[in-house]
Design a protein around this ligand. Structure first.
Ligand code: ITT
Length: 195
Protein backbone atom coordinates (compact mmCIF):
# COMPACT_ATOMS: atom_id res chain seq x y z
CA UNK A 1 0.00 0.00 0.00
CA UNK A 2 1.19 3.53 -0.69
CA UNK A 3 -0.08 6.77 0.79
CA UNK A 4 0.90 10.40 0.32
CA UNK A 5 1.57 12.35 3.52
CA UNK A 6 0.50 15.86 2.48
CA UNK A 7 2.89 18.00 4.49
CA UNK A 8 5.63 20.52 3.77
CA UNK A 9 6.88 20.18 7.32
CA UNK A 10 9.89 17.84 7.40
CA UNK A 11 9.73 17.55 11.20
CA UNK A 12 6.20 16.18 10.99
CA UNK A 13 7.36 13.77 8.30
CA UNK A 14 10.15 12.49 10.56
CA UNK A 15 7.76 11.95 13.49
CA UNK A 16 5.18 10.19 11.33
CA UNK A 17 7.68 8.00 9.49
CA UNK A 18 8.69 6.51 12.86
CA UNK A 19 5.08 5.38 13.47
CA UNK A 20 3.99 4.07 10.08
CA UNK A 21 4.54 0.31 9.46
CA UNK A 22 7.33 -0.42 7.00
CA UNK A 23 4.97 -2.08 4.53
CA UNK A 24 3.12 1.18 3.92
CA UNK A 25 5.11 3.22 1.43
CA UNK A 26 4.92 6.90 2.40
CA UNK A 27 5.17 9.32 -0.49
CA UNK A 28 6.07 12.94 0.11
CA UNK A 29 4.65 15.94 -1.78
CA UNK A 30 7.98 16.13 -3.61
CA UNK A 31 7.59 12.49 -4.71
CA UNK A 32 4.30 13.31 -6.47
CA UNK A 33 5.57 16.58 -7.97
CA UNK A 34 3.49 18.88 -5.74
CA UNK A 35 5.48 22.04 -5.08
CA UNK A 36 2.73 24.62 -4.62
CA UNK A 37 1.29 25.83 -1.31
CA UNK A 38 -1.72 23.73 -0.38
CA UNK A 39 -4.59 26.00 0.71
CA UNK A 40 -5.37 26.05 4.47
CA UNK A 41 -8.22 28.53 4.62
CA UNK A 42 -10.66 26.89 7.03
CA UNK A 43 -11.26 28.20 10.53
CA UNK A 44 -10.93 24.87 12.31
CA UNK A 45 -8.07 22.38 12.70
CA UNK A 46 -10.27 19.60 11.35
CA UNK A 47 -11.39 21.75 8.40
CA UNK A 48 -7.79 22.46 7.41
CA UNK A 49 -6.72 18.80 7.71
CA UNK A 50 -9.62 17.77 5.45
CA UNK A 51 -8.90 20.60 3.00
CA UNK A 52 -5.25 19.50 2.59
CA UNK A 53 -6.15 15.81 2.08
CA UNK A 54 -8.93 16.64 -0.40
CA UNK A 55 -6.67 18.99 -2.36
CA UNK A 56 -4.16 16.19 -3.04
CA UNK A 57 -6.85 13.68 -3.96
CA UNK A 58 -8.54 16.17 -6.28
CA UNK A 59 -5.42 17.57 -8.00
CA UNK A 60 -3.10 14.55 -7.98
CA UNK A 61 -5.45 11.56 -7.62
CA UNK A 62 -3.53 9.90 -4.78
CA UNK A 63 -4.89 8.38 -1.60
CA UNK A 64 -3.37 10.48 1.12
CA UNK A 65 -3.50 11.85 4.63
CA UNK A 66 -2.80 15.30 6.07
CA UNK A 67 -2.12 16.59 9.59
CA UNK A 68 -3.26 19.91 10.97
CA UNK A 69 -2.16 20.89 14.45
CA UNK A 70 -2.81 23.80 16.79
CA UNK A 71 -1.72 24.91 20.25
CA UNK A 72 -4.63 26.01 22.45
CA UNK A 73 -3.77 28.16 25.49
CA UNK A 74 -6.47 28.40 28.16
CA UNK A 75 -5.65 31.93 29.37
CA UNK A 76 -5.84 33.18 25.77
CA UNK A 77 -9.25 31.67 25.03
CA UNK A 78 -7.59 28.82 23.09
CA UNK A 79 -5.39 31.09 20.93
CA UNK A 80 -3.25 30.68 18.87
CA UNK A 81 -5.25 27.56 17.90
CA UNK A 82 -5.90 27.35 14.19
CA UNK A 83 -3.58 30.36 13.70
CA UNK A 84 -0.58 28.69 15.42
CA UNK A 85 1.68 28.76 12.34
CA UNK A 86 1.28 32.51 11.71
CA UNK A 87 0.67 33.69 15.29
CA UNK A 88 3.41 36.35 15.12
CA UNK A 89 2.99 37.06 11.39
CA UNK A 90 3.08 35.64 7.90
CA UNK A 91 6.79 34.81 8.17
CA UNK A 92 5.61 31.73 10.16
CA UNK A 93 8.72 31.84 12.34
CA UNK A 94 8.87 29.49 15.35
CA UNK A 95 11.07 31.80 17.49
CA UNK A 96 8.80 34.80 16.80
CA UNK A 97 5.71 32.71 17.61
CA UNK A 98 7.16 31.47 20.90
CA UNK A 99 8.36 34.96 21.90
CA UNK A 100 4.91 36.40 21.25
CA UNK A 101 3.25 33.65 23.30
CA UNK A 102 5.68 34.12 26.21
CA UNK A 103 5.00 37.87 26.12
CA UNK A 104 1.22 37.35 26.10
CA UNK A 105 1.52 35.04 29.12
CA UNK A 106 4.02 37.22 31.02
CA UNK A 107 1.54 37.91 33.85
CA UNK A 108 -0.61 34.82 33.51
CA UNK A 109 -1.06 32.46 36.46
CA UNK A 110 -2.90 29.88 34.40
CA UNK A 111 -0.41 28.51 31.85
CA UNK A 112 -2.44 25.40 30.92
CA UNK A 113 -2.47 24.51 27.23
CA UNK A 114 -2.99 21.60 24.90
CA UNK A 115 -1.97 20.56 21.43
CA UNK A 116 -4.63 19.18 19.11
CA UNK A 117 -3.86 17.23 15.96
CA UNK A 118 -6.41 16.13 13.39
CA UNK A 119 -5.29 13.68 10.73
CA UNK A 120 -7.59 13.46 7.70
CA UNK A 121 -7.31 10.34 5.54
CA UNK A 122 -8.62 10.13 1.97
CA UNK A 123 -8.71 6.42 1.09
CA UNK A 124 -10.72 4.69 -1.64
CA UNK A 125 -12.90 7.80 -1.97
CA UNK A 126 -13.78 7.80 1.72
CA UNK A 127 -12.76 10.40 4.26
CA UNK A 128 -11.88 9.56 7.86
CA UNK A 129 -10.50 11.77 10.61
CA UNK A 130 -8.38 10.82 13.64
CA UNK A 131 -7.83 13.10 16.63
CA UNK A 132 -5.05 13.38 19.19
CA UNK A 133 -4.70 15.72 22.17
CA UNK A 134 -1.80 16.32 24.55
CA UNK A 135 -2.40 18.36 27.72
CA UNK A 136 0.33 20.37 29.39
CA UNK A 137 1.48 23.88 30.18
CA UNK A 138 3.54 26.72 28.73
CA UNK A 139 6.90 27.17 30.44
CA UNK A 140 8.28 30.62 31.35
CA UNK A 141 11.36 30.25 29.15
CA UNK A 142 12.51 28.03 26.27
CA UNK A 143 14.12 24.68 27.10
CA UNK A 144 15.65 22.10 24.77
CA UNK A 145 16.77 21.88 21.17
CA UNK A 146 14.86 18.88 19.83
CA UNK A 147 11.53 18.86 18.04
CA UNK A 148 10.16 21.95 16.29
CA UNK A 149 7.60 24.74 16.47
CA UNK A 150 6.41 25.42 20.02
CA UNK A 151 8.17 22.35 21.50
CA UNK A 152 10.73 24.34 23.60
CA UNK A 153 7.93 26.00 25.61
CA UNK A 154 5.46 23.11 25.92
CA UNK A 155 5.73 20.85 28.95
CA UNK A 156 3.39 17.85 28.78
CA UNK A 157 1.40 17.05 31.93
CA UNK A 158 3.22 14.68 34.34
CA UNK A 159 6.67 15.38 32.79
CA UNK A 160 9.28 17.80 34.07
CA UNK A 161 10.74 18.55 30.66
CA UNK A 162 9.53 20.16 27.46
CA UNK A 163 8.89 18.32 24.20
CA UNK A 164 12.16 19.87 22.94
CA UNK A 165 14.06 18.03 25.69
CA UNK A 166 12.54 14.64 24.83
CA UNK A 167 13.63 11.98 22.40
CA UNK A 168 11.35 11.62 19.42
CA UNK A 169 10.18 8.20 20.63
CA UNK A 170 8.82 9.65 23.90
CA UNK A 171 7.19 12.63 22.16
CA UNK A 172 5.54 10.20 19.75
CA UNK A 173 4.35 7.98 22.61
CA UNK A 174 2.63 10.71 24.65
CA UNK A 175 2.09 13.45 22.06
CA UNK A 176 -0.92 14.70 20.07
CA UNK A 177 0.44 13.60 16.67
CA UNK A 178 1.50 10.17 17.92
CA UNK A 179 -1.98 9.55 19.29
CA UNK A 180 -3.72 10.59 16.07
CA UNK A 181 -1.31 8.60 13.89
CA UNK A 182 -1.72 5.48 16.08
CA UNK A 183 -5.47 5.66 15.42
CA UNK A 184 -4.77 6.03 11.69
CA UNK A 185 -2.49 2.95 11.73
CA UNK A 186 -5.09 0.94 13.67
CA UNK A 187 -7.72 1.91 11.06
CA UNK A 188 -5.46 0.97 8.15
CA UNK A 189 -4.63 -2.39 9.75
CA UNK A 190 -8.29 -3.18 10.33
CA UNK A 191 -9.05 -2.49 6.64
CA UNK A 192 -6.05 -4.25 5.13
CA UNK A 193 -4.92 -7.64 6.41
CA UNK A 194 -1.52 -7.25 4.71
CA UNK A 195 -0.43 -4.36 6.96
P1 ITT B 1 1.86 21.42 6.91
O1 ITT B 1 0.58 22.22 6.92
O2 ITT B 1 2.61 21.50 5.62
O3 ITT B 1 1.65 20.01 7.38
P2 ITT B 1 2.71 23.30 9.00
O4 ITT B 1 4.03 23.49 9.68
O5 ITT B 1 2.09 24.48 8.30
O6 ITT B 1 2.87 22.05 8.00
P3 ITT B 1 0.48 23.17 10.88
O7 ITT B 1 -0.29 24.19 10.13
O8 ITT B 1 -0.25 21.94 11.30
O9 ITT B 1 1.75 22.67 10.05
O10 ITT B 1 1.21 23.74 12.16
C1 ITT B 1 0.71 24.79 12.92
C2 ITT B 1 1.79 25.37 13.79
O11 ITT B 1 1.95 24.56 14.94
C3 ITT B 1 3.18 25.51 13.18
O12 ITT B 1 3.73 26.73 13.65
C4 ITT B 1 3.96 24.36 13.74
O13 ITT B 1 5.32 24.68 13.90
C5 ITT B 1 3.28 24.16 15.10
N1 ITT B 1 3.30 22.74 15.45
C6 ITT B 1 2.68 21.73 14.79
N2 ITT B 1 2.94 20.55 15.38
C7 ITT B 1 3.76 20.82 16.44
C8 ITT B 1 4.39 20.03 17.41
O14 ITT B 1 4.26 18.71 17.43
N3 ITT B 1 5.16 20.63 18.32
C9 ITT B 1 5.32 21.97 18.34
N4 ITT B 1 4.76 22.80 17.44
C10 ITT B 1 3.99 22.24 16.49
Amino acid sequence: MQLVFATNNLNKLKEVQALIPANIKLLSLKDIGCFEDIPETQNTIEGNAIQKAEYIKEHYGYDCFADDTGLMVEALNDAPGVYSARYAGIQRDAQDNMNKLLDELANAENRDAHFTTVVALHLNNHLETFHGICNGSITKTKHGKKGFGYDPIFQPKDYDMTFAEMDLSLKNEIGHRGKAISKLVHFLKSHNSKI
